[in-house]
Design a protein around this ligand. Structure first.
Ligand code: KG4
Ligand code: ZN
Length: 336
């Protein structure tokens, strides 16, 4: 089975061909980061325009690199939710037209399910059920993965996502967008115990997250130092922030696993590339004797292979769409 996956939910135009669910035959990613950097974040209008310009070339290269033609495909999968609406619409419209022209099934894929699927591409033997922590620029979710296509979100952020907290603190510290990776690099030379940062508690659901208090406290600390004319060691602050985020994410996930009886834990989303988060989760899993899965670094950020992989499982489960498929900016995983 050969599935083409198309991703355009944010600032990456990506396409990939995946064979038999888990074998990546090609993967092409065109990133717009350099362009959005000037503005300190993604400008939705610019993102949509760049997707329009890039999508044909990206998809064509993915098909060519796989050594096939569109006639060889068994389906065309596309991210239809959640994300920037104008950006999503480019991928969805392109996929609909291609599926119609080639006479192939159109397969809708939820972006977060795509991130979860990066673990199938990394571990050939991984099978549901398991518990997955998805931390990205837009989401921080703890998800029960019942099967390849059935999910339940048991914890989510009430405000900022973990990636957003990394990026906004990084910006206040003077790092370019997207700042997560710069915090990661600076933290390598810093002392994680240098600053005591808050671990915000959330009333109600014990597995929910809140990162806005942590973000505000870092930003306030930087402003206070600036007003007083004192220096804050950026490496130490980066290490303290990263350690705190890693601790919060890991603590909630392990508590959820213990409470629900899961012994298999996976990590996914852009923040899964973070050295501190990977180390904290894997050492906590080791301590509790849980199996721990995390995507290969090249698959952590947005890519087409994760959409093709999840699209393959959706097709096997009979999840397809017709030409009425629309892009949706906000959509819970339980509604797919
Ligand atoms: O999954 P993703 O590529 O896009 C969304 O679906 O949101 O995630 C992007 C997020 C950004 O916030 C970025 O700063 C963060 O992932 N990120 C990292 C690292 N690499 C990417 N955060 C911390 N450490 C990293 N090494
Ligand atoms: Zn993503």
């Amino acid at each position: 089975m050969l599935i083409l996956g198309i991703e355009s939910s944010c600032d990456e135009t990506a396409a990939s061909v995946v064979k038999d669910c888990r074998e990546i035959r090609s993967s092409v990613i065109s990133t717009q980061i350099e362009e959005h950097k000037k503005y300190g974040g993604v400008v939705p209008e610019i993102a949509s325009r760049r997707h329009c310009e890039n999508i044909l070339g990206v998809v064509k290269k993915a098909v060519d690199d796989a050594g096939i033609t569109t006639a060889d495909l068994d389906g065309i999968a596309v991210t239809y939710a959640p994300g920037l609406i104008g950006a999503l619409l480019v991928g969805v419209s392109f996929a609909k037209a291609l599926a119609m022209a080639a006479g192939k099934p159109l397969i809708p894929v939820h972006h977060i399910a795509g991130h979860i699927a990066t673990n199938y591409l990394t571990y050939p033997d991984l099978e549901p059920p398991y518990l997955c922590l998805v931390a990205s620029g837009g989401h921080s979710h703890i998800i029960e993965v019942f099967s390849y296509t059935k999910f339940r979100v048991i914890g989510r952020t009430r405000d900022d996502a973990a990636g957003e907290c990394f990026d906004k603190c990084a910006r206040a510290m003077g790092f370019p967008y997207p700042g997560g990776v710069h915090i990661d690099n600076a933290a390598k030379n810093g002392d994680p115990g240098a600053f005591r940062l808050p671990h915000p508690a959330v009333a109600g659901n014990e597995f929910d997250f809140s990162f806005s208090g942590l973000k505000t406290s870092v930003i306030n600390m930087l402003h206070n130092a600036e007003q007083k004319g004192t220096e804050i060691n950026r490496n130490d602050l980066a290490a303290s922030l990263q350690g705190t985020i890693a601790e919060i994410l890991t603590d909630h996930t392990i508590r959820a696993a213990l409470s629900l009886g899961y012994k298999k834990i996976a990590l996914a989303g852009g923040v899964s590339a973070n050295t501190g988060v990977r180390a904290a989760l894997s050492s906590a899993c080791q301590k509790h004797n849980f199996a721990c899965y995390m995507p290969e670094k090249s698959l952590c950020g947005d890519n087409g292979a994760m959409i093709a992989c999840q699209g393959s499982y959706n097709l096997l489960a009979g999840i397809t769409a017709d030409e009425s498929l629309n892009a949706v900016a906000t959509l819970s995983m339980e509604d797919i």
